[in-house]
Design a protein around this ligand. Structure first.
Ligand code: FES
Length: 100
């Protein structure tokens, strides 16, 4: 099953399968310049903040997401699997790419 992900900063909405990570869904959006790095939670380029919705997150490097940030919904898109529709805001390296 697929859920809907909305990017609050741009109004973009894209589908993402519950079995795929958010970054995979974002790549399908086809925006040029979406930074895709390690895809395994180690490089930090895909940082986003989840504003609402439920998700499962896998292990993320503490160099990129502190415990405090994680509590506020800051996650690495390549480590997060949406379980319901999500609303998110892009931060860090992703912001420049998505805002084009
Ligand atoms: S792509 Fe490297 S942390 Fe997500």
């Amino acid at each position: 099953m697929s859920v809907q992900i909305s990017i609050e900063d741009t109004g973009d909405v894209f589908p993402c399968a519950e079995t795929k990570h958010l970054l995979a869904g974002m790549i399908q959006l086809g925006k040029k310049g979406i930074p895709v790095g390690c895809r395994s939670g180690g490089c930090g380029v895909c940082k986003v903040k989840v504003l609402s919705g439920d998700y499962i997150s896998k292990k993320m490097s503490r160099d990129h997401v502190t415990e405090d940030e994680e509590r506020q919904g800051v996650v690495l898109a390549c480590r997060v699997f949406p379980q319901t529709d999500l609303k998110l805001s892009v931060i860090g390296h992703l912001q420049k790419a998505i805002m084009r």
